[in-house]
Every structure is written in structure tokens, then in C-alpha cells.
Design a protein around this ligand. Structure first.
Ligand SMILES: [Zn+2]
Length: 109
């Protein structure tokens, strides 16, 4: 899994080609992720106390991770992610790096 929550990604296939957004949620088993602002689906609502008029709500649907690329904070391009192992505080740490410019990509978990 090369993507993490809160990563900025670009959609590289499908209807939302070129759209960028933050990863809101990852489903590791399905290799899918929800990206803010991408792949909207509409849900129709019955009339209820909450929605007296009924109506439609927009909601992001999961996208296949193979259709997403990480946007590098260094060069601002959708990129493939490499992994570099560095020594930090006496421990080997795996860092993600941009394959285009070599910038380290931090990711919060
Ligand atoms: Zn880069």
C-alpha cells in the first residue's frame, strides 16, 4: 500500500481524470480509497423527518487505488512512489520518495 490517509492524490483514469484531492479513507482489503471531491455518486433519499422534501445527496464513492497517483509535494506532479530506507534514531525507517524528483514524501498515519 503506497497511499496513506491525508495524502494528496490525482485520479489518473476514469471520469474524474486529472482531479486532485485528499485521501479520506482507505480500504486496504479492497485496494480502494475514498478521495475528497472525486467519484461522486448520488443517493436518493426518501422523505423523512430529517429530509422532509426527500432529495439527493452527493457522496464520494471508493476508487480503485490503481487509478490514483500520489502528488509529490516537491515537484507537484502525480508520481510513482519509491521507497528509501534511512537510518533515523538508530532505526531503519522506510521513507516514501518521489520517483521523479527524489523528494521525501511524509505521510501522517
Ligand atoms: Zn517530486
Amino acid at each position: 500500500m503506497h497511499l496513506r490517509k491525508n495524502d494528496l492524490v490525482e485520479v489518473v483514469a476514469g471520469d474524474d481524470l486529472g482531479k486532485r484531492g485528499r485521501v479520506l479513507y482507505i480500504f486496504p482489503k479492497d485496494n480502494r480509497a475514498i478521495v475528497e471531491g472525486a467519484n461522486f455518486i448520488y443517493r436518493h433519499l426518501r422523505r423523512s423527518r430529517e429530509y422532509p422534501e426527500g432529495g439527493r445527496v452527493q457522496k464520494e464513492a471508493p476508487l480503485d487505488i490503481s487509478n490514483l497517483k500520489l502528488v509529490c509535494p516537491g515537484c507537484d506532479k502525480a508520481t510513482k512512489v519509491g521507497v528509501k530506507v534511512v537510518e533515523r534514531e538508530g532505526r531503519g525507517m522506510r521513507l516514501r520518495i518521489c520517483k521523479k524528483c527524489g523528494a521525501e514524501i511524509e505521510g501522517r498515519r
